[in-house]
Design a binder for this molecule. Structure first.
Ligand code: FAD
Ligand code: DLZ
Ligand code: SF4
Length: 506
């Protein structure tokens, strides 16, 4: 029986469940650029342009391979601008009832497709851990720690293993990683891909159709085809991976990418596969071109964290999205969208984000995430921001990172302690503080770094919850050593920072 096979913007893979048994004569692939998907979050214009350009290239590749393709462009006057609307329209026009879709990566869309008649959802088998496997692993465990999950994944996929033993004898080489930044690091240049007629047309259309969306459209460096994404992977493995571990947590204002791979947008959109990336990194170690600490640290992000957050998402949705364990209710300050704050670290992270639809993990976690955690920003508003502004953002990966890792909104399901840090940490790991209006070493008073008082106020606000946490015992011991006057000064100063934030003066 003929079927319509819907390919979503993040399913641009040749190895896709709905492609494997497609009949080139009878089945029709449907792809649609629709405003309902382009507006459910305030997406960065680069994210929309990347996805539409990559979708159009994928459709061309499908046609070239002999498949029938119905491609609905954003500016098509008959576009209903919703995915169910486009499915119904295709059904009417083609006279085909049956629809097949590879499971979407967002709960919201799964609900929509589940509610439609004659729609079959096929498992998304592009991941290294199925949702069923994750659930079996999680069943009966008191704590779902990533490290143990990751070891299982290493064993199951034989990655970085010498027989039954991890390469080098250890599972984790983080002790050798995460140095503070050094002046004068020679970070290799990144690739920039030539924009063909398809991409240029998309850029023009996005500029006109989304004038009020966040971010800058140009310069546009993104890969938009699989062969370009593979070039980005090769470039990373050859020139950047060897230093990945050492500088994994370092931040420099002039270096938005540091030694990170920039592969997440391609991986999440389906242009690359997780196993081929892990294998390319492992080859570099076995060939002696990249050290074990870098290769293991990098593989852990993909084989470990990426698969783990997806498992958590599907196990705990939809309840996960409603969690607010720390009862955080402040509104997201406007400077997350504009960068207009005197805090140089936050300003820089937001500017990198607006320019590139990218910032690296430590900026997401320890700058914008850390500030939102300490200031008690409403998790839903923070989630809307992260989901919109990054080219790699889909709810399955963004939500657990935001709620679980950055905001502790899930009450510790994911992280054993909140990732809270004061100005001293940011100063050690970046060059932001030297150009800041505030002073990282001033606790209270004029020009005091907001991260300092907010840090102590956060710990004091949540003392009942965290005091017994062994990983925070030294924090509460320090807090207890302060006299009442000093504690009160921090708490009053924190209120002043929060008021300045609400008034747009921070
Ligand atoms: P690298 O540092 O080079 O890491 C290599 C790869 O590992 C990445 O491409 C990514 O696929 C994977 N990875 C690394 N860390 C994580 C992680 N914590 N969770 C899942 N995968 C990981 N990642 C997304 O892909 N989409 C998101 O929407 C997203 N939102 C985030 C929100 C917050 C608050 C935080 C703290 C992290 C978020 N991350 C997200 C994780 C991580 O920051 C990005 O994957 C990474 O910055 C992408 O850049 P890169 O490709 O250069 O990564
Ligand atoms: C993010 C996004 C955007 C901006 N636009 C589209 C679109 O026009 N058509 C489409 O099929 N998908 C789009 N997406 C991705 C989806 O919104 C959704 O995030 C993922 O498909 C979830 O797996
Ligand atoms: Fe950020 Fe404080 Fe450093 Fe300024 S002084 S850059 S606000 S950590």
């Amino acid at each position: 029986m003929s079927s319509i096979r819907l390919v979503l913007a993040d399913q641009l893979s040749a190895r896709l469940a709905i492609r494997s048994r497609a009949d080139k004569d009878a089945d029709v692939f449907l792809m649609a650029e629709v405003s309902e998907e382009a507006t459910y979050a305030r997406h960065h214009v680069k994210k929309i342009a990347f996805l539409f350009a990559a979708m159009r290239h994928y459709a061309e590749a499908l046609k070239a391979a002999g498949y029938r393709v119905r491609y609905v462009r954003f500016d098509d006057p008959d576009n209903s601008h919703s995915l169910p609307g486009e499915i119904e329209r295709a059904r009417r026009d083609l006279g085909i009832r049956e629809v097949q879709i590879t499971e979407p990566g967002e709960w919201r869309l799964k609900q929509v497709f589940d509610a439609m008649d004659d729609v079959t959802l096929l498992e998304d088998d592009r991941f290294l851990c199925s949702t069923r496997w994750f659930s079996r692993w999680a069943e009966g465990r008191k704590q779902l720690r990533m490290e143990y999950f990751y070891r299982e994944m290493r064993r199951a996929h034989g990655i970085l293993m010498d027989g039954r033993q991890p390469c080098g004898g250890e599972w984790n080489y983080d002790a050798e990683n995460r140095s503070p930044p050094r002046e004068g690091l020679a970070i290799p240049r990144r690739l920039s891909f030539r924009k063909d007629a398809i991409t240029r047309e998309v850029l023009d259309m996005v500029a006109k159709a989304f004038p009020d969306n966040p971010g800058q459209l140009e310069p546009f460096h993104f890969a938009v085809t699989r062969s370009q994404a593979l070039k980005e992977l090769d470039h990373f493995v050859a020139h950047i991976l060897p230093q990945f571990g050492t500088w994994q947590d370092a931040m420099l204002g002039a270096e938005p990418y540091m030694y990170h791979s920039l592969l997440s947008a391609y991986l999440n959109a389906g242009l690359l596969y997780p196993l081929e990336i892990c294998q390319a990194a492992e080859r570099a170690y076995r060939d002696g071109t990249a050290p074990l600490n870098a290769v293991e640290g990098f593989i852990r992000q993909i084989l470990g964290w990426r698969e783990y957050v997806r498992g958590l998402y599907w196990r705990y949705m939809p309840d996960y999205a409603a969690m607010n364990a720390l009862e955080a209710h402040e509104d997201l300050p406007w400077f997350y969208w504009s960068g207009e704050t005197q805090m140089n670290c936050v300003r820089t992270a937001v500017i990198h984000t607006l320019e590139h639809a990218y910032s690296h993990h430590i900026q997401r976690l320890m700058i914008t995430g850390n500030f939102a955690l300490l200031a008690g920003i409403d998790p839903r508003q923070v989630h809307d921001w992260y989901l919109g502004v990054y080219a790699d953002a889909y709810e399955w990966v963004e939500l657990p990172n935001t709620f679980g890792m950055a905001l502790h909104a899930d009450g510790g399901l994911m992280a054993s302690k909140p990732y809270a840090a004061s100005g001293a940490y940011i100063n050690r790991m970046s060059d932001f503080c030297k150009d800041c209006h505030y002073r990282f070493d001033v606790p209270v008073g004029e020009n005091a770094c907001p991260f300092n008082a907010l840090y102590w106020d956060f710990m004091a606000r949540h003392e009942a919850r965290f005091r017994k946490n062994p990983r925070l015992s030294y924090v509460y011991a320090n807090w207890a050593r302060m006299d009442d006057e000093r504690q009160a000064a921090f708490r009053t100063q924190a209120q002043a920072h929060l008021q300045a934030m609400r008034d747009g003066r921070l």
